[in-house]
Ligand binder design. Structure first.
Ligand SMILES: Cc1cc2nc3c(=O)[nH]c(=O)nc-3n(C[C@H](O)[C@H](O)[C@H](O)COP(=O)(O)OP(=O)(O)OC[C@H]3O[C@@H](n4cnc5c(N)ncnc54)[C@H](O)[C@@H]3O)c2cc1C
Ligand code: FES
Length: 356
């Protein structure tokens, strides 16, 4: 996995809604292989804004078959990067861009005959839009249901494209809009997508239907509510996939018994691009990512909140604990992968590799 940044030119900017732009990048031929992606994955962007280095992740809304690398960025009040992208970024500008990554993805198979359930709210539609276009193109026997929550009609990102898709694939996709602040005369479709509404939506639109897997992207509370209801509906945890864009800050969790012992100094060795960096870190000190930076290693990161997996590395020796993990799968954790932005040593001697 390449965690290098590449300077890419913005080839096109489109206004999607009053508060959202989509931004396409020109990926030179030499980088095309590195920039191969699966629907659902994201790009990490980096730039300087008023002298401050800003890194943020944005899901690709284009589908691999479109041969385009496009992200959609919804403006957040006082948001540093999203305001910059919506108000100042221009076609022809350059940004530093890391190759696509992320676990929230689909690998389509033309022989599949699945029914996919998609839940999105606001900008959470971005990876979901890529996923649905890919399924419609690559899995001719599969069908989809999308529940998409917004404040109102004018906030729907990709509104015209979704309408066109719905009309073109009438028998393969059902798109249901849910508005929290606009009344279209159907009580079920007025309000937030919370637990009760999810239950009712599933009952109304999917009764007696078999769902193969579900993909959810939106605010944290929506993801948790939908996930729980899908389990009640009969899906297993393995059938439910979600992407979190932002997590509420949490108190530092002590997750291992070892971490409850008195603090101790741990010897940390990092491998990155074949080079080794050594430093000591207290078990109750800063994260391994922060300490690595201080020690001079240019370790990759974006959110620093445990929601993307840009800072992923593998523990080759020793033990660590993570404050939170919203991004790694249970299989990856079992294989020794960690989010270094959330990791603290819980043994005296730790060897971590960003290269594995
Ligand atoms: C894997 C991944 C994929 C993502 N994909 C997309 C995408 O496709 N489109 C998109 O618009 N965004 C996406 N995001 C969110 C994006 O990375 C930024 O977090 C978001 O644009 C805000 O950045 P900012 O610099 O404008 O705000 P900041 O300056 O970082 O934050 C300003 C304020 O807003 C709060 N905040 C930050 N992010 C959010 C959020 N997402 N929702 C609510 N409050 C927030 C902060 O706590 C802070 O108070 C994604 C995030 C991740 C981790
Ligand atoms: S930087 Fe996003 S999870 Fe660590």
């Amino acid at each position: 996995m390449s965690t290098q940044f590449h300077t890419l030119k913005v080839s096109n900017i489109q206004r999607e809604t009053k508060g959202c732009v989509s931004v396409a990048f020109e990926v030179p031929k030499a980088l095309r292989e590195d920039f191969t992606f699966s629907s659902g994955q994201y790009l990490t962007l980096k730039t300087d804004i008023s002298g401050e280095e800003i890194r943020r992740s944005y899901s690709l809304c284009s589908s691999p078959h479109e041969n385009q690398w496009r992200v959609a960025i919804k403006e957040i009040l006082n948001g540093k990067f999203s305001s910059y992208a919506n108000q100042h970024l221009q076609t022809g500008d350059t940004l530093e861009v890391m190759a696509p990554m992320g676990n929230f993805k689909i690998e389509p198979n033309p022989s599949n005959s699945n029914h996919y359930l998609l839940f999105a709210a606001g900008s959470g539609v971005t990876p979901v839009f890529s996923i649905l276009k890919t399924i419609l193109k690559e899995e001719p026997l599969s069908t989809l249901t999308l529940f998409y929550g917004n404040k109102g009609m004018s906030e729907i990102i990709f509104r015209e494209e979704l309408e066109a898709i719905k009309n073109r694939f009438l028998d393969r996709i059902n798109i249901i809009h849910v508005f929290s602040r606009e009344n279209i005369g159907i009580p079920l479709l007025k309000g937030r997508i919370d637990a009760q509404r999810t239950k009712e939506l599933l009952h109304a639109f999917l009764k007696n239907q078999t769902v193969s897997s579900a993909y959810i992207c939106g605010p944290q509370e929506m993801i948790l509510a939908v996930k729980d209801e899908l389990i009640v509906f009969g899906l297993s945890a393995a059938q439910i996939h979600f992407e979190l864009f932002h997590a509420a800050p949490v108190e530092k969790k002590i997750v291992s018994e070892h971490a409850q012992q008195a603090a101790f100094e741990s010897k940390i060795e990092l491998i990155m691009d074949g080079e080794r960096t050594n430093f000591y870190l207290s078990s109750d000190g800063p994260t391994i990512l922060e300490a690595a930076y201080k020690a001079g290693a240019d370790a990759p990161f974006a959110c620093k909140g445990g929601v993307c997996c840009t800072c992923k590395a593998k523990v080759l020796r020793g033990e660590i604990s993570m404050d939170v993990n919203y991004a790694l799968t249970p299989e990856e954790v079992a294989q020794g992968y960690i989010l270094t932005c959330q990791a603290h040593p819980t043994s005296n001697d730790v060897l971590i590799s960003f290269d594995d």
